[in-house]
Design a protein around this ligand. Sequence first.
Ligand SMILES: [Zn+2]
Ligand SMILES: [Zn+2]
Length: 352
Amino acid sequence: MMKALVLDEYGLKYKVNAPTPKMGAEDVLVRVEAVGICGTDIAIIKHTLEAPLPIIPGHEIAGIIEKVGAAVPSDIGALVGKRVTMEINTRICGTCFYCKSGMPTQCINRKALGIDINGGMAEFVTIHHSLIHLVPPKLTPEEATLIEPLAAALQTFEMMPIQDGDRSVVLIGDGKLALLILGVLVAFKKGFGESPFRGEIMMVGHHESKLEIARMLGADMTLNSSVLPERKLLKKVFAFTGEQGADVTIEATGNPRALNQAILITRARGNIGLKSTHGVSVPFNLTLAVVKELTLYTSRCGPFEKAIRLIQEIQEPFLKHLISGVYPLSKGKEAFKDLEYRRDALKYVLKP
Ligand SMILES: [Zn+2]
Ligand SMILES: [Zn+2]
């Protein structure tokens, strides 16, 4: 038996007698130290994203390897007692088109942790040994829960690499993901991953407290769209980008209306990276996008190895600035409720 947050048709409940997960021969059992609350978890709890019930949510997990199955390779077996995080796409088949083409995160048989199968809002979670990653010692368990979303932030540029001539990037949004993408861009400017990017970064957001964090993390300019009429905002963006518009715009607001704003502020033949997964259909000015010959990129889950390398290479441990609440798992319900009302909140972390 273990403690866990369990979602059933009646809502989210803290249980002290949830069954401890069964471990397969190739699995490792991880004692969860910290688990982040993601927008996806909120969507599952609000039933706007379908999940099989009952389910234990949570996929941004840091914990200690407690034990390993009989068929786990000895180099992984040697990691018992070490802090790890884990990938979200589990039960990768290895035989489908995507697996064979080097795109395992798109495997048609994958099961997403905490979405399709039980996740980490619990004392223990089991996972296939190939999906764990050692956490760099400089990270706390709370910070380590941000490795998964940091990998998703990096994926923006796996799909849409920054080009040599790109001088300006405008990030629309000031939430967790937008700030993680900002952290990646700042690392690129310092040469991470042999990126050619040396341009300027602007963040357009709604919350002064989050924009302040953005400036601290290295944004060259921030605009608060809640106090600027759209016409003035566009004028400022164009002034920032040498009057032609942004070479690259990244839309990470979670707001369906932001796509049109992205199309307006991007220069002709520029790129737009889309990260919002708000789940609603979006009408947008396709004609303007066609006339400007824009390219729209999308991206989802990203490379953990690269995210961990980024953490190891940068001096400033910027992840700590993104954590705005730590709750015991037993207060998980309160954490979800609080998160709904605190507009300035970034990442909330639960600790079993
Ligand atoms: Zn997530
Ligand atoms: Zn597959």
